[in-house]
Write a protein that binds this ligand. Structure first.
Ligand code: R5P
Length: 288
């Protein structure tokens, strides 16, 4: 197998290749004067199993185009099998038609991945399972949450409780809590009066306990900031924040730190300064 490193996942690609003990191919990427992308794979791919690793975080459209070029050129150069490894799948949140006439972006992306020549698709903690449903090629959604849970064991957590900021992320909290042998819960909104909304853990009392907030994505940080404020108000101890995909729009990280988070960390599905956990072993296992 050969691992082809997309520009948005250079470090992760290297780690995946090291896990697999296989060769890492760094494609040549250039811009034409008008801004169009030039891609060249300086390697014999004929008859090889090739894994193209490329997250489609910001700049999403450029990263997607590069991914499509890499998949297509691998197929075109005679690769026997081409795996599209997209650790963070952009456009997955628009997974249905919320308003008449809207594009279902997740479906468009699927069609383009298949059309570019992918024989299989691998991603991590995709925002919604719906985005996985209509793939015609084998498609796998891996979860990084056990790795997040294991990473948390290095901290001396006091009577920890793992919390999802909403019910949709409860399965992530449960998975992390399983690794820590801790309690888990999610935050729920109650409307106290027509104008007053109260947010609190569904079942558990967090007073005096360290809290771990987990989510699949941190984008603007708004969700985590709101959740941290509530936990503070309710007397939680230290607050640890973890996610798979550190999208981190603008000053999201600073906002979360200002809201009192003790530690904020993520995986390397998107390569950021807080990417302390690598999903390379997970991806390598899926490709083996
Ligand atoms: C939403 O359903 C996701 O799981 C995250 O909670 C959301 O994307 C976080 O967004 P933000 O950081 O902008 O609040």
């Amino acid at each position: 197998m050969l691992v082809v490193a997309g520009s948005a996942s250079r470090n992760l690609s290297e780690r995946v290749a090291a896990e697999l003990g296989c060769e890492l191919v760094r494609p040549e990427l250039k811009r034409f004067p008008d801004g169009e992308l030039y891609v060249r794979v300086p390697q014999e791919l004929k008859g090889e199993a090739v894994a193209v690793v490329q997250s489609t975080c910001q700049p999403q459209n450029d990263n997607f185009m590069e991914l499509f070029f890499l998949l297509h050129v691998a197929k075109d150069l005679g690769a026997e099998r081409v795996s599209a490894v997209v650790p963070y799948l952009g456009y997955a949140r628009q997974d249905k038609r919320f308003e008449p006439g809207e594009v279902v972006s997740a479906q468009t992306v699927r069609v383009l991945l298949e059309g570019a020549g992918a024989d299989e698709f691998v991603t991590v903690d995709v925002h919604s399972d719906k985005a996985m449903e209509s793939f015609k090629i084998p498609a796998r959604n891996l979860t990084a949450m056990p790795l997040v849970g294991k990473y948390l064991r290095r901290f001396e957590l006091r009577d920890p409780v793992v919390l999802a900021p909403d019910q949709g992320a409860l399965h992530h909290a449960e998975c992390v809590a399983g690794e820590l042998q801790a309690d888990f819960d999610y935050l729920v909104k109650h409307r106290e009066t027509p104008t007053k909304v109260k947010m609190e853990p569904k079942r558990l009392n967090v007073r005096g306990r360290d809290a771990v907030l987990v989510d699949d994505i941190i984008s603007t940080g708004g969700t985590i900031v709101e959740a941290s404020k509530i936990l503070r108000k309710q007397g939680a101890g230290k607050i640890y924040v973890a996610c798979t995909h550190a999208v981190l729009v603008g000053d999201a990280l600073e906002k979360i730190r200002r809201a009192g988070a003790e530690e904020v960390f993520a995986t390397d599905t998107i390569e950021r300064e807080i990417s302390r956990i690598t999903v390379a072993p997970l991806i390598a296992d899926a490709l083996r």
